[in-house]
Each structure stands twice: as C-alpha cells, then as structure tokens.
Design a protein around this ligand. Structure first.
Ligand SMILES: Nc1ncnc2c1ncn2[C@@H]1O[C@H](COP(=O)(O)OP(=O)(O)OP(=O)(O)O)[C@@H](O)[C@H]1O
Length: 390
C-alpha cells in the first residue's frame, strides 16, 4: 500500500532543495550550458518517476506542475512540485529522517555546483555590494611559504569550517578573524584567494574608504552571507583612530607602496569603534560561518583594540621569500624541482631579502625564447642587486 506525502511537505522539501532530484537517479541526461560553460545536468520530465532507496524503503519522486490561471489577465502561473510515494510503514522515517537527509544532500550539491562570487562595495554602486564571479587560481599549493606554516594555516581554516557544533556548544558566534601582515608583495592578497578556494567561500572585499559612515558599514556587513570571507585590506591606511582615511598608492608594475601624497578626505565617518562594534556585537545577529581578514603592511601601527585575540584570532606574518618559498615558485613557474643554479640562489637568499612578488616576476618567462635557465639567471641578478643595496 502506498501513501502520498502531503503536498505541502513535498513542496517544502523541494523548495528548500530545488536540486534534490539531481542527486537521484534520473532517466534523462540533458546537456545544458550553465554560465557559459557546458555542463551535464540531470533533470526529470513532468510526471517522470525517479526511485530512490533509503534504509530499505523505496521512495518515488514524481515531478509535476500546477498551473494557475489568472482569468482576468489570462496570466498563467506555474508552480513546480514533487510528490513522494512510499509504503506507509515508512512514513515516520521518511518525514523525520529521509527528507532532512535529502535536503542536506541537495544543499551540498547546490554548494558544490554554485559559482563563487567576489563582492565589492567599490563598483558602479558604492552603497551596495556588486559582484563578479570569483575565479582566482591561487591555492595553498601555489603559495610560496614554508610547508609547515602553510599546513598550520590550512588546518586552522578547516577546523573552523567544520566546527559548527563546537561553536554552538560553547555559545560563540561561528566566526574567525585573521590578521595578515607583512611587506607589500609578500602574498597577503594571494593568501586570501587561497583561503577562499580551500574553504569554497565567497569573498567580500570591503573598501572602507568608500563607506560613508558606521550605519552604512553595519548595513553592508549585515548583508554578507554565510560562507564568506570579509576582507579589509590595508586597514592601517583605510582607517585610523581619528576616523581620517587615506589611500595608499602603489605603482602598478612593481606593486610597491608609495607613501601617500595627499590625505584624501572622503567625507566618510567610519570609525574604529564602529568597526569593532560590528566585530564584537552586531556580528552575533548574523548567522555564522564568516571569516574576517584584515591585512596591513604595518602591524605596529594598528590599534591594540583591533589586534587583540577574539577580534583577530590568528595573526599570520607573510615575509620575505625563503628558499622553501622560492622552490614552490620555481616548481609553479618553471616546473623545476632542482637545478644547478639553486645552490647559488639559496646562498644569495640568506644574504639578502627579496619579496616573493619579485621572485615570481623574475621567474616568469617574458618571451617564448626565455628558458628556465635564463629566468633563474635573472633572479640571481636581482638577488645580487638587492644585496648591493643593503
Ligand atoms: N607568497 C607568495 N606566493 C606566491 N605568489 C606570490 C606570493 N607573494 C606574492 N606573490 C606574487 O606577487 C603578486 C603580488 O602579491 P600580493 O598582491 O598577494 O601581495 P600583498 O602582500 O597582498 O601586497 P600588498 O601588501 O601590496 O597588497 C601576486 O599576484 C603573486 O603573483
């Protein structure tokens, strides 16, 4: 004997989880173009039945649609739904366990197939978030850094991601603050992209100099979604205790900082306390799973109120390139594990300081004719010059 689930139950399941049927065995395979790329999508036709099996119960999903006709304007409204059929002895198991499981799986599939986004408040509209698809290729694998340090950071991030129950148990908001500090060109922005790729989170790049006041700041931060990394770069330049803000300028080519020429009064009144208030208090109003990352070139300039643990839980120094870091870049850029020139590079690296951005720039072949040896020789030259300048 079979028993129909009440339509609104099925509606709820399917609406909460529109892609749930994709997880099930489907009879039809359809090629669809999704976001410009070709991707196979499983779907069901109207009245098509898909059978799932869960704890020995056979559950049939039957898709259908309701058409409502607004007679006056001859407007047709379509509502898609799924009907579930199963033996009535499984009713409790299906409603209590199976549907919950199906919704969870459906949400996971949705998460996996979604395109991640990079939000900024510095686009055509300054008062709201604008987004583009986030497709930065950086990973922890491509990051020039000592393997142990990298692993420690990855472990910390993954532990955070998987600690929903822990945060709930100890009564803390599920958020974590990171402070990345170090000279320009040492990989702070690159690490943020690697973090987002590791966790599969969106990135919200908050340009504080474009935020009018604390109220707008609160609104913008309140609008961020779960599974987001909120980034405030160059915090020392965007905000100071007096609320005055200046923009740091960089030369586009070298990515090196140039001291600010003029202090730009943006008319904005975001204050440090406005920011801290949000981190401490208002944040708790948001549902969790958010990471906030501050970056700075001058950690000593920061107000201790911002750097204290609890606000920025983990402080990560990104520094000059080590030989280990160079080896990662040599592998990435030149596919080299070893080379006779490595020895002199290692010695020179102990005698001088060079930022990873400069190492990367030298290892990047500037023409098809430039082979690995030529690139390594460019780096040797750059290291020698840096040594002379010391
Ligand atoms: N640790 C690193 N590993 C791999 N690539 C790096 C690293 N550091 C710098 N780079 C390279 O240099 C470029 C500039 O680095 P990035 O913007 O991440 O530095 P930054 O520390 O954020 O600089 P700034 O403080 O000026 O914002 C990157 O696009 C990347 O190619």
């Amino acid at each position: 004997m079979s028993n129909n689930l009440k339509p609104h139950d099925a509606y709820a399941a399917v609406e909460a989880c529109p892609s749930v049927h994709l997880a099930k065995e489907a009879n039809r395979l359809r090629a669809e173009t999704v976001n410009g790329g070709s991707k196979l999508v499983l779907s069901t036709d109207e009245h098509e039945r898909v059978t799932d099996e869960f704890r020995r119960a056979k559950i049939q999903w039957i898709s259908g649609k309701l058409v409502q006709r607004e007679s006056k304007y001859l407007l047709e409204l379509e509502r898609k739904y799924c009907k579930l059929m199963f033996n009535k002895k499984y009713r409790e198991m299906v409603t209590d366990i199976y549907l919950e499981q199906a919704i969870k799986v459906g949400k996971e599939i949705q998460m996996r197939s979604r395109k991640r986004k990079l939000y900024t408040n510095n686009g055509h509209s300054k008062t709201t978030w604008n987004h583009i698809i986030f497709e930065h290729p950086a990973t922890f694998g491509t990051l020039a850094m000592e393997a142990e340090k990298k692993q420690e950071i990855m472990d910390d991030l993954l532990l955070f991601r998987d600690s929903k129950d822990f945060y709930a148990r100890i009564g803390k908001v599920w958020k974590r603050g990171y402070l990345l500090y170090g000279p320009p060109g040492t990989g702070k922005s690159t690490m943020i992209a690697a973090m987002a790729n590791l966790l599969d989170y969106d990135v919200c790049d908050l340009e504080l100099t474009s935020v009018r006041d604390n109220i707008e700041l609160r609104r913008l931060l309140g609008e961020t979604l779960s599974k987001s990394i909120i980034v405030i770069e160059d915090i020392d330049c965007s905000l100071d205790l007096t609320g005055q803000r200046k923009k740091k300028e960089k030369t586009a080519k070298t990515n090196k900082e140039v001291p600010p020429k003029d202090t730009e009064e943006s008319g904005s009144r975001v204050t440090l306390s406005g920011l801290l208030n949000f981190i401490d208090g208002l944040w708790s109003a948001c549902s969790g799973e958010r990471i906030i990352v501050f970056t700075t070139n001058y950690v000593d300039k920061l107000d201790p109120a911002l750097t204290r643990r609890g606000r920025t839980d983990k402080h990560i120094e990104l520094s000059y390139c080590s030989f280990d870091g160079f080896k990662v870049l040599a592998k990435n850029y030149l596919s080299l594990d070893t080379h006779p020139l490595f020895e002199s590079i290692e010695i020179l690296m102990t005698e001088t300081k060079i930022i990873p951005a400069e190492v990367a720039e030298n290892l990047m072949p500037s023409s098809l004719k430039e082979d690995a040896k030529k690139c390594l020789l460019k780096l040797v030259e750059a290291l020698k010059q840096a040594k002379q300048l010391m």
